[in-house]
Ligand binder design. Sequence first.
Ligand SMILES: [Zn+2]
Length: 164
Amino acid sequence: MTATHVNGIAVVSDKPTPSPISTPDKPVVFHRIRELQLADGTTWYGCRDCTETSPHMGKIRYHLRSHRTTDKTTTAPRTSRRARKPSATPATASKASASSAEPATAPAPTDPFARLTLAELGQRLEELAELDQLRTECQTWKNRALTAELTLSRISAALENTNS
Ligand SMILES: [Zn+2]
């Protein structure tokens, strides 16, 4: 995984990089940062998990963050998500089918608009508007009938007066 060549120069030694807090008594090393001795005698630093190299150890240390984020997103959580999915998906699917079946059977009789399509709803609304228009027309006719009745009674009263 670690680079075997840097700029075409072969890596002759590959060992963990000693940490700045490392002491001969208590050696502390960065296992993921490799200290690379090149064939030309220079020291480079390399990533343990890929061929990223740099003459500066800090750059490899910074570079390791990209592995951490990709590790987290690619390997650890995705496998756990994959592991959860088989158990979770049938549960949610059965829940979804159950919950979708329940409202279809249960609230439909109570709610007459539940099964109506938009076109049907529009038709109902048009019917309601027609009914409303008929109602106002009825009111108009009723008023005209009342007026006519009043006029008739006046005429009959006038006739009665002329007769008597
Ligand atoms: Zn790397």
